[in-house]
Design a protein around this ligand. Sequence first.
Ligand SMILES: Cc1ncc(COP(=O)(O)O)c(C=O)c1O
Length: 373
Amino acid sequence: MQQVSEIPVLDLSPEIEFLWDELNTAFQRVLRSGIFIMGEDVSIFESEFAAYLNVKHAIAVNSGTDALVIGLRALNIGVGDEVITTSFTFFATAEAIETVGASPIFVDIDAQTLNLDITQVEERITARTKAILPVHLYGHPVDIDPLAKLAEKYEIKIIEDVAQSLGGEYKGKKLGTFGDVAAFSFFPSKNLGAYGDGGLLVTDDDMIAQTAQMLRVHGARKKYHNEILGYNSRLDSLQAAILRVKLPHVENWNNARRLAASRYHELLRGISEIVLPFEAPYARHVYHQYTVRVLSNKRDKLKSFLQQQGIQTMVYYPMPVHQLPYYRKQTLSLMAAEKAADEVLSLPLWPQIQIETQQAVVNQIATFFGGNA
Ligand SMILES: Cc1ncc(COP(=O)(O)O)c(C=O)c1O
């Protein structure tokens, strides 16, 4: 029998309830316009998003994965090139690099931030390295300054994967404004989620923007005058209209995520087998996930115990990318990423989560470890 979760890991219903009337108005506008792909809502959303991040160009596409693929292509990265990235990410990061014909070069992670260990990047740079692709995992920024120095020294590009960290900041500046290109995902669970697939890339470079705009519509600058091989990667008008309703709330929601995270910090502090998420001094963490580490090899047992109590948790990710079946021929060993994959557990979190719900989660964690919270 399927276990019914009483506390889901993510609950979008309070947000939908809160936005109900605005969403209905937006739906009706799109339905009445008769334009369902691209159209005015998409171009206005692009302008609003560019203004939010204070960047020159925002190009909406079909998914975060496409934003990475199109971003890499627009940077002219392809067959024979190498791109340095983290192994502790969603497969899409590496898949995008493979899709354009380049090779991902996996670097281990920093044990505190769980992001790319920047001290290991320089030794992996070769004559074939074209770019570094840092992933701001769970909402926590990568330490960008040292990467930017390396990029300058070796004349290579930076493409940021901001899929999980929209609104996060590095030294007071928004993520996605540091790379030559940055890719965002609007998968429904993201900090700014559509109600379907969606993605976007940003850049300050006019040429990169022009190429990306062509690539998303079959490589055509002018309709039916296709110049290069591209993709069908247009954003739906309905998704753009939904994203326009949601974008003005994203700062408040990120603040609410931070508040909920600080409540978890307080509630979990006494449980010695749980390592709390880290926030570096340079970081504004936006807690796409509230991910703890469970020590003493007890993560899977704790997860099953919580499931039995009706509490859903998630493991992002049970295997680092270099250990996935696709990479079975690689013999790479990245100890910190492999350890993290055995220990991480993401707890229920969404902006409107109530303290009573968080207390209930922590009570069960404390019960599992034989104490009281
Ligand atoms: C780190 C990371 N990169 C890329 C993606 C791909 O985004 P999408 O699912 O919108 O294609 C995701 C989303 O799941 C992600 O978490």
